[in-house]
Design a protein around this ligand. Structure first.
Ligand code: FEO
Length: 623
């Protein structure tokens, strides 16, 4: 039975999912399946964008037939000749013998290699910049060589703003009924698979991906339609930002990937001892046994994090076989811009360290630390100091935030050790104002909220309502943790401006702000003009039209000062600058919640109050 979805007016997804495939390209496990996307445009001319893998041909042809609804298929655009998108092209020709094929000359060459049908008579060659009119829709072609094969091109539909991006922006994972990335929590549930897809499939070709992204940056993209995974129609910039990091081999997060190869657990033991030392310094670590975890997963982690530790035993006078396979793969994927440390083991002739260093010499911009450790069979007490030295060397290369010891904050330095749990901090809650902070990767952000309340004492839970349009909201959604800094009466108006009058989507609110520290969960909290800190971990979410209410378990709470909390009343009476007397009557809108005045005859329907974050519906016209 056909099984298609509408993308927009006259564009349909006619692809299919495969959940039986064990190994994509025979190399990459796909435990959550994979989708093969094909799109059918019903304009004056009917245009199919790519076909699908042979494994899912049956439903694909049912979809095409149903969506065409008796119409003739005029054109098929072949963006990529790899068989996961073109294997059913020959069958398409059999079913629709008059269809014309739009493709570039490299595609035509490959098509002749793969198929026996008469390619020459059917192909209509296009090149970069050519415009093809399907009627209402004007399509232009953009070459994207080596993303992932040399013939790859993309098509931009100027009329709808859809970019058919071929393999770019794809992900592993079947669609499971969803089509759009905004129908799922992509950043939480699919980003890891998107990164694994990117790093392994096109990770080697960062330069070419960067070139394609540069071309795409000049387009007004409203829909991103890749050949695998979800269609993007919202927050497209967030996904493009990930691609820019990956293509430039820039880490998304500070953290250390520890990949080890160990026959009898002794090398593993050294790796664990190093991991503990790094964690004690507050550095994130992830560990992989190269004998257990496939290279594709470790490579994906290396693309995510800033540092790499390689610990390998010596085997047959070389690098242990699984570590060697991983390293060859990593080097082939062109990894760059990472700091690397090496540990070797060898009972009589340890050589793996030297050999791993030699392999890494092929990579650009790697900072391979001199600090190292050689184990003879097993780690000994007197070698622990060498692990300390490696941990210190790694720590020295970890980017640091603003030196908080120079602030006048009352919370002190970056906090270490066990979180404080002082119930008196909860007494500082009022119907007041708060700085809500969160962190996603390296990015800190915060906003002003007015809706923090304690829900229960045992367990100690609070709730906060956060506007869904805000950057802090998205960070909390993704990470599930946040801090509340309770604003006190010694807060000055600049604090409200810093966190309430600008968007974290476009501004780095902590870039020029020094009055903060970090709590045990690694998130920032404000140390000036605040009287308490509450750290919390989300346990439940409730969605409303404009806000998400996060119910969260308190993981840390402590008093920062004895200055009373700011209430709304106090804020208006003593902190908010008084409006200057005006001769003329103001034309504008006033927020019924906090009194903020928007000046202007027409209040934009999507306006959000910069103070209390309430929507336009909470404003009334000034009388
Ligand atoms: Fe999805 Fe390069 O094929």
């Amino acid at each position: 039975m056909y099984c298609y979805r509408k993308v927009m007016d006259d564009l349909y997804w006619v692809g299919a999912n495969d959940r039986r495939l064990a190994m994509f390209e025979g190399v990459y496990s796909v435990p959550d399946g994979v989708s093969y996307n094909s799109y059918l445009l019903l304009d004056e001319k009917t245009v199919l964008c790519d076909t699908v893998d042979a494994a899912v041909g049956t439903v694909f042809f049912e979809n095409v037939e149903k969506v065409l609804d008796g119409r003739h298929l005029d054109y098929v655009i072949v963006h990529h000749m790899e068989p996961d998108h073109s294997a059913t092209l020959e069958e398409l020709i059999r079913r629709y013998p008059d269809v014309r094929i739009l493709c570039n000359s490299k595609t035509k060459t490959l098509m002749k290699q793969f198929f026996t049908f008469d390619v020459e008579s059917r192909v209509q060659l296009v090149k970069e910049g050519d415009v093809f009119s399907a009627g209402r829709h004007e399509l232009t072609f953009v070459n994207a060589p080596m993303v992932h094969w040399p013939e790859v091109m993309m098509t931009y539909d100027k009329t709808s703003g859809a970019l058919f991006s071929a393999d770019a922006f794809g992900t592993f994972g079947a669609l499971n009924g969803a089509l759009f990335a905004d129908e799922v929590d992509f950043m939480r549930d699919y980003l890891d698979e998107a990164r694994r897809y990117y790093s392994n499939i096109v990770g080697k070709y960062g330069t070419q991906v960067t070139a394609a992204l540069k071309k795409a940056s000049g387009l007004d993209i409203k829909y991103l339609c890749p050949l695998h995974g979800f269609v993007w129609r919202k927050n497209i910039g967030d996904y493009i930002d990930k691609y820019q990091h990956w293509a430039a081999y820039k880490p998304e997060e500070t953290g250390v990937v520890i990949a080890y190869a160990s026959v009898y657990h002794h090398t593993e033991n050294a790796a664990e001892c190093l991991a503990i030392r790094l964690r004690e310094k507050g550095i994130k670590t992830v560990m992989f046994d190269t004998s257990v975890t496939p290279p594709s997963e470790i490579i994906s982690a290396v693309f995510k994090y800033s540092h790499l530790v390689l610990a390998s035993t010596t085997y047959n006078a070389g690098i242990f076989v699984q570590m060697e396979a991983f390293l060859y793969d990593l080097v082939e994927h062109n990894i760059q811009n990472r700091t690397v440390a090496v540990i070797e083991n060898g009972s009589w002739a340890p050589t793996s360290g030297k050999l791993m260093r030699e392999l890494l010499e092929k990579c650009k911009n790697l900072n391979v630390l001199n600090e190292t450790l050689t184990i003879k069979s097993s780690l000994k007490e007197d070698q622990l100091s060498q692990l300390d030295v490696i941990a210190d060397a790694i720590d020295a290369t970890v980017p640091k935030k603003t030196d908080v010891t120079k602030t006048d904050g009352k919370g002190g330095d970056t906090d270490t050790g066990a979180p404080v749990l002082d119930p008196k901090a909860m007494f500082k809650l009022s119907y007041g104002l708060f700085v809500l902070t969160a962190k996603d990767g390296e990015k800190d952000n915060g906003c002003i909220v007015n809706t923090v309340i304690q829900v229960t004492e045992k367990p100690n839970r609070i709730q906060v309502a956060v506007n869904r349009n805000g950057h802090t909201h998205d960070m909390i959604k993704k990470t599930g943790v946040f801090n509340v800094s309770i604003l006190a009466q010694d807060a000055t108006f600049d604090l409200f401006k810093q966190f309430g009058f600008q968007s974290g989507k476009s501004a780095d609110k902590f870039a020029d702000f020094a009055d903060y520290s970090r709590s045990a969960n690694g998130l920032t909290y404000v140390t000036r003009g605040t009287n308490a800190l509450i750290s919390a971990k989300v346990v439940q979410e409730v969605e409303f039209e404009t806000h998400t209410v996060f119910i969260a378990e308190v993981t840390e709470c402590r008093v920062l000062s004895d200055v009373p909390s700011v209430t709304y009343e106090y804020y208006f009476a003593h902190i908010k600058p008084k409006p200057q007397p005006v001769e003329e009557k103001k034309v504008g809108w006033v927020c019924r919640i906090c009194g903020y005045v928007y000046e202007g005859e027409v209040l934009p329907p999507d306006f959000i109050c910069p103070i209390c974050k309430h929507p336009a519906s909470d404003f009334e016209k000034l009388q």
